[in-house]
Design a protein around this ligand. Structure first.
Ligand SMILES: NC(=O)N[C@@H](CC(=O)O)C(=O)O
Ligand SMILES: [Zn+2]
Ligand SMILES: [Zn+2]
Length: 347
């Protein structure tokens, strides 16, 4: 089969995006809105988005950062803390503000200091979510510092998520940014109530890339990239047609100075190149016919939302994207993710 010269699919959505706030929001929001009709907006701001009022204000700031003709819709989430209020969760869902709530185990990742220290603390909140049909989105990594960083996802599934699913049988869960075969198998074993998002970067490279020729902070994110066998499992899952797997870029901008330093931040900014990289991966896997399901159909179905009617078209020509974007009002910039291997798709 020869490679097509264009690729047209229903407009996709991003089910996991960090748009930040202030100058970073101004710099980044457009890049997500250019590619995606809707995005699940992660709530790990400082301070985190924990109330309906904060989410409404944040949603307004995002809307103001994107011209109306993009037709972009931010879907808001609640950051769960030990003190999460079940009534606030239910009210925000019923008022159409929250789409889901996000579980950050305390200290697992960027801006998770206010995260959950024990699942017992949020049992009532999760019961309220079960009742109103509000999915739980999970950063699935064990936080015990004794656990090897490359094992944190697998240990979390076993020790935290499996018991949580038993305790809350009606709760729908998305295992965000899966990075292991264990994650793939866990989602497959719970299809129906569990979804799994997969990032472009975890499909593109394995852990060797982080250390190729020296330490490369722009390949560092959490969960950290794993061995090649895990990357291959992710590629099989994404291209399999299984509706449990869907697109979530985890675009996570940090200014270059905060990554290129002695204790650099975790997070990869991929919004300008996301669909191009996904298309490349699906082409390499000879599964371009599965891209629309992964990018544009499976996510809305999981969340009970309609698929988008508009379409986007990608062109089969070498990726054109900036190396970095400027942050307004200063001299800072954000480095854009570029895989080491060629990408043959552009808008
Ligand atoms: N993925 C990351 O490495 N970082 C994310 C947080 C997250 O998604 O865990 C961020 O907010 O920077
Ligand atoms: Zn995360
Ligand atoms: Zn994230």
């Amino acid at each position: 089969m020869s490679t097509p010269t264009t690729l047209s699919i229903r407009r996709p959505d991003d089910w996991h995006a960090h748009l930040r706030d202030g100058a970073l929001l101004a710099a980044c929001a457009l890049h997500t809105a250019r590619q995606f009709a809707r995005a699940i907006i992660m709530p790990n701001l400082v301070p985190p988005v924990t109330t309906v009022a904060q989410a409404v204000d944040y949603r307004d700031r995002i809307r103001r950062a994107v011209p109306a003709d993009f037709g972009f819709e931010p879907l808001m989430t609640c950051y769960l803390t030990d003190g999460a209020d079940p009534a606030e969760l239910a009210r925000g869902k019923q008022e159409g503000v929250w789409v889901a709530a996000k579980l950050y185990p305390a200290h697992a990742t960027t801006n998770s200091a206010h995260g959950v220290t024990s699942m017992d603390k949020i049992a009532k909140a999760l019961e309220a979510m079960e009742k109103v049909g509000m999915p739980l989105l999970v950063h699935g990594e064990a936080t015990d510092p004794e656990v090897d960083i490359f094992d944190r996802e697998a240990v979390f599934l076993d020790k935290v998520l499996a018991p949580l699913l038993k305790r809350h049988p009606g709760l729908k869960v998305v295992l965000e940014h899966i990075t292991t075969r264990d994650g793939v198998q866990f989602v497959e074993a719970n299809t129906g109530r569990l979804g799994g998002t997969i990032t472009p970067h975890h499909l593109s490279y394995n852990r060797n890339a982080i250390f190729k020729g020296g330490i490369r902070p722009h390949f560092y994110c959490l969960p950290i990239a794993k061995r090649e066998e895990h990357r291959l499992a992710l590629r099989r899952a994404a291209t399999s047609g299984n509706p449990a797997f869907f697109l979530g870029t985890d675009t996570a901008p940090h200014t270059a100075d905060t990554k290129e330093c002695a204790c650099g931040c975790a997070g990869i900014f991929n919004a300008p190149v996301a669909m191009q990289v996904y298309a490349q991966v699906f082409m390499e896997e000879k599964a371009l016919d599965q891209l629309e399901a992964f990018a544009s159909l499976n996510g809305p179905r999981f969340y009970g939302l309609p698929a988008n009617e508009e379409r986007i078209t990608l062109q089969a020509r070498p990726l054109e994207a900036p190396e970095r974007i400027e942050v307004p009002g200063g001299d800072k910039s954000i480095v854009v993710f570029h895989p080491d291997t060629p990408v043959g798709w552009s808008f």
